[in-house]
Write a protein that binds this ligand. Structure first.
Ligand SMILES: [Zn+2]
Ligand SMILES: [Zn+2]
Length: 154
C-alpha cells in the first residue's frame, strides 16, 4: 500500500485485521483469515472511490489485485500484493538455514524468504548473496520490489 503525500510511503496491512484509511467510507478487509494476501476494498455507496479508473462505489466491494490504483477524494493509493521479508524469532525446532545449512536455535532471528519461504539467519546469511539460497528472490530489497514510480505511474 502506498501513499503519495508528498512522496510514496509504504503502509503494511496487518494480517487478519480490517484497516480504515483517510478518505471517508474507505476500508480494507482481509478476504480470509488464513493469512492469504487477498484483500477487499469496501467503499460507502456515497463515496467517490475509483479503482484503476473504474467507479468502485457502484458495487461497494472489490477484490484488490497487485498494482491496483485506488483514487479517493484527493488521495491516491496503490495496492501491492507483495510480501515483505520480515525478521522474526524462530519458533520451531530442527530448522536449518538455507544458506549455511547449520541448525538454527529457537529464538534466533530468522528471515523467511517472501518468495519461497526458505529460512535464513537474518544476520549474516540472508544478505550474504544477491539472491535467496533457494530461489531468485533478491536479498537487497527489504522493502517492496515494485513501486508505483517504477511501475510506470507517476
Ligand atoms: Zn545461516
Ligand atoms: Zn527464496
Amino acid at each position: 500500500m502506498s501513499f503519495a503525500s508528498p512522496r510514496w510511503e509504504c503502509v503494511l496491512l496487518p494480517a487478519g485485521r480490517a484497516v480504515r484509511l483517510g478518505a471517508q467510507g474507505l476500508s480494507f478487509h482481509p478476504a480470509s483469515g488464513s493469512g492469504s494476501a487477498e484483500w477487499v476494498l469496501l467503499a460507502a455507496p456515497d463515496s467517490r472511490v475509483s479503482v484503476n479508473g473504474e467507479n468502485a462505489a457502484v458495487t461497494g466491494i472489490r477484490v484488490l489485485r497487485h498494482k491496483d490504483m485506488i483514487c479517493a477524494e484527493g488521495m491516491r493509493l496503490f495496492f501491492s500484493g507483495e510480501k515483505i521479508a520480515a525478521v522474526s524469532a524462530l519458533e520451531a525446532a530442527d530448522v536449518h538455514c538455507a544458506r549455511c545449512q547449520s541448525e538454527m536455535q529457537t529464538g534466533t532471528p530468522v528471515l523467511l524468504c517472501p518468495e519461497c519461504g526458505a529460512p535464513h539467519h537474518a544476520e549474516g546469511c540472508w544478505d550474504a548473496a544477491p539472491a535467496c539460497a533457494l530461489c531468485p528472490r533478491p536479498t537487497n530489497a527489504r522493502g517492496l520490489l515494485w513501486s508505483p514510480v517504477e511501475g510506470g505511474w507517476s
